[in-house]
Design a protein. Structure first.
Length: 347
């Protein structure tokens, strides 16, 4: 039996890592022949996505950073036997500590590569919780070759212990539609520093001088502060609304300074939405030649890329659909199960 621990999950607060964990579990439920059990926190008792689930009450109700730190000092942190042959930590942090071999998913090492964007406390937290987890793991799953290379360089991980397993895309939800595309650009991203919203506003102002009907739609939880008049902040939207926005936007613009994978460009491409995308981190690896890449530190370059995809939407649509067809959550689940078997069989 393999246990999958999501104790540090806070619904709606972890961005792409939550999407990864939940979609992986749904796909494992469809495809896996292994006996699986999910360890869920009290704040997310439904985290098992249909798989057998144990809610670990000793972890307590933990939503804020302070509550999560307190929860980690309680019983959930003690080394224990969970009755499994291996344990997977899709959210990186190794809780509960266990007596069997572990698999840890490392989403990125942004706190090392872009340390200036993190507080001292956050860097210290990751140095303890993340670094210990990946260094103690029998296998480390990463979502891209970019993260593999950075993990070897920054954490001195053994390349032989790392497995690259790309994320997938839900083709049933994110698919082309018949609705006419509307004059807006879409950027689904929480207002974290590396998401680069301020530079995007400058680039968008350039494009809008030529296309005054164009608007910029932002989604994602968090406080965006004051935004230009031509920007619509929708806040957190459900998946169906996000899919509708992908199907009706003129283009996705994605100016992130750092990504360990990059789920939104892939979802947009699967939806037939033209994509203008940063060339940072793992993004070029994910989108290939199916998105118009740009330097996310240059507003002129961002504006030029947006103009290009708006001028040739059909070409970028077809490229994106072909690229997205290469990714699926079932393929992610099968590759992840192979890692589970590798670790469990090594006991």
């Amino acid at each position: 039996m393999v246990a999958v621990s999501l104790l540090t999950l806070v619904p709606g607060e972890l961005g792409g890592s939550e999407t990864y964990a939940r979609e992986l579990l749904r796909a494992l439920r469809r495809t896996s022949e292994l006996e699986l059990r999910v360890l869920a926190p009290p704040v997310a008792p439904d985290a098992g996505e249909g798989l057998p689930t144990t809610v670990v009450s000793s972890y307590g109700v933990a939503r804020t950073p302070r509550e999560r730190l307190l929860a980690m000092t309680r019983g959930a942190v003690r080394r224990r036997d969970v009755g499994a042959d291996a344990v997977h930590y899709p959210l990186t942090v190794a809780l509960p500590r266990v007596t069997v071999p572990t698999v840890t998913t490392l989403h990125d090492v942004q706190h090392l590569d872009l340390a200036r964007l993190f507080s001292r406390g956050e860097r210290a937290w990751r140095a303890v919780a993340w670094h210990r987890s990946v260094r103690a793991a029998a296998r480390v799953i990463v979502l891209s070759g970019f993260v593999r290379d950075r993990a070897v360089a920054r954490l001195a991980l053994d390349p032989a212990a790392i497995r690259v397993v790309p994320s997938g895309v839900d083709h049933d939800r994110f698919r082309p539609g018949d609705a006419e595309r509307e004059p807006f650009l879409l950027y689904p991203a929480r207002p974290w520093p590396h998401k680069n919203h301020e530079l995007l506003f400058r680039a968008f102002a350039q494009v809008r001088r030529e296309r005054p009907e164009l608007r910029l739609v932002l989604t994602g939880g968090g406080d965006f502060g004051r935004v230009p008049e031509s920007v619509d902040v929708r806040g957190r939207v459900d998946k169906e609304e996000l899919a509708r926005l992908y199907r009706t936007a003129s283009a996705l613009v994605f100016p992130s300074l750092y990504e360990g994978f990059g789920q939104p460009p892939l979802e947009a491409m699967a939806s037939g939405c033209p994509v203008a995308c940063s060339d940072a981190g793992a993004l070029p690896e994910v989108v290939g030649d199916a998105a118009r890449l740009f330097d996310p530190r240059d507003p002129d370059a961002v504006a030029a890329a947006v103009r290009d995809v708006l001028d040739a939407p059909g070409e970028w649509r077809e490229r994106g659909l072909a690229r997205a067809a290469r990714f699926s959550w079932d393929a992610t689940a099968r590759a992840t199960e192979a890692v589970y078997r590798e670790v469990a069989d090594s006991r």
